[in-house]
Ligand binder design. Structure first.
Ligand SMILES: O=C(O)CCC(=O)C(=O)O
Ligand SMILES: [Fe+2]
Length: 406
């Protein structure tokens, strides 16, 4: 038993497979919003539901269950706990947190236990960001993908996280409560049941993400009132992978000043992607769709390269005209302003930047990625219904049926 009764805690190595870590990273990079602390970004399950991406909750379901069982077993509270919060959280350069316990606010008193799963690696994907316990052993945790730290949320486990110096540190963080009124499942079920039902769920369009308020994606959050400074984090995510946006339906050529009000609204409309001097022929329904697609391709790129591709489509990209390039650049100026902060936050550890590499984008693998993404997104034809069933476990003494159902 690691830790002691004075400092009840458990560190497990390789609790999550690297595949699962990558999948959760894909979900976070596709869907995250600006977070609750400075230079922190988060993806909550309720946000996934609100943006019509509830199928992306599927990978969380068995992990939540395994973590809850482990916490209950180790801390000796079988069948007593509820998941209070589940979220993907990333910390970028400048983020840190001083000594604290996780129940240190009146509105956090329901939190009994924490589980922090590390999804990427110290020194490789980010610098800084070591986790420290104030007392007891182990005193420092070096975040490595797949490892999890579990600890009581009270003052027996005062902890801190060093400032992130470079890159992006990503975790899956859960809190557990003994208080049934803080059961996250109940809240999620209610959100899911408020969704318009599509039965049978065969219409592919019903899986496409819908845009939430642009304010949730504007960084820093205090600049969102007029979009005059700061940047859209989804455009930033595309930019660091070498992609630009092209709004084909936009008629007028606006001045940068007018565009500050107008362009962010266009992110909710249909758009195309450009890379270098080429334009991709696909139309995405909105920026969320484009970001999900690009992040999916980025996640799967190495597999897709080795996939046998039968038919090579030659016309998936067309050269950009000079006018189109000028338009893209002026729109980029509005949505990204200076590209440097985007790189600082989302470009990975300096010197390992993806930007240049992806300019020799393998278009064949990208088009394979488009169909793979569609298959991934459709993979559970009744995902909404299944999720309802998954979360519907009134008898807590029964073992979970998740594995068998999904
Ligand atoms: O990400 C971590 O290692 C811990 C974060 C933390 O302490 C918190 O969010 O309360
Ligand atoms: Fe904490």
């Amino acid at each position: 038993m690691e830790g002691s009764q004075q400092h009840p805690r458990l560190i497990l190595r390789n609790f999550l497979s690297l595949d699962v870590c990558k999948e959760l990273e894909f979900i976070h990079k596709s869907c995250c919003t600006v977070g609750y602390r400075q230079n922190v970004f988060s993806t909550t399950l309720s946000h996934l539901i609100a943006t019509n991406s509830s199928h992306l909750i599927i990978p969380f379901v068995p992990i939540r269950e395994r973590l809850k069982e482990k916490v209950e077993e180790y801390f000796g509270c079988e069948y007593e706990l509820f998941v209070e919060f589940t979220g993907l959280i990333s910390w970028c350069r400048g983020a840190s947190i001083g000594w604290h316990s996780d129940d240190n606010r009146d509105y956090l008193k329901q939190r009994d236990f924490a589980a922090v799963c590390y999804l990427n690696n110290y020194e490789v994907d980010f610098k800084g960001g070591l986790f420290h316990f104030q007392d007891g052993e182990p005193s420092t945790i070096v975040p490595m993908a797949g490892d999890v730290a579990m600890y009581t949320a009270d003052n027996k486990n005062i902890h801190s996280v060093d400032e992130i110096l470079d890159g992006e540190r990503i975790t899956l963080t859960l809190w557990f409560s003994r208080d049934a009124s803080h059961d996250e499942d109940a809240k999620l079920i209610s959100l899911l049941s408020d969704l318009p039902s599509h039965s049978p769920k065969s219409d592919f369009a019903s899986y496409l993400p819908v845009a939430a308020s642009n304010k949730m994606y504007w960084f820093p959050p205090e600049e969102e009132s007029d979009f005059q400074s700061g940047f859209d984090i989804r455009c930033a995510r595309l930019h660091v992978l070498g992609f630009d946006l092209y709004f084909s339906d936009e008629e007028s050529s606006l001045s940068a000043l007018d565009s500050s009000y107008y362009l962010p609204e266009l992110l909710k409309e249909s758009l195309q992607l450009a890379c270098g001097d080429k334009l991709l022929v696909w139309k995405f329904v909105n920026i969320m769709h484009a970001v999900q697609m690009v992040q999916f391709w980025h996640w799967k790129a190495s597999e897709l390269k080795t996939t046998e591709i039968k038919e090579l489509s030659t016309d998936v990209m067309i050269p950009l005209s000079k006018t189109q390039q000028l338009k893209i650049n002026s729109q980029k100026l509005v949505l990204l302003k200076d590209p440097q902060p985007a790189k600082t936050f989302f470009g990975g550890v300096t010197g390992r930047n993806n930007l240049q590499r992806l300019f020799d984008l393998d278009w064949v693998s990208f088009s394979a990625g488009v169909s793979e993404w569609e298959a991934y997104t459709r993979r559970s034809p009744c995902s909404h219904l299944k999720l309802r069933h998954v979360f519907d476990q009134p008898d807590k003494t029964k073992p979970s049926q998740l594995e068998t159902d999904l």
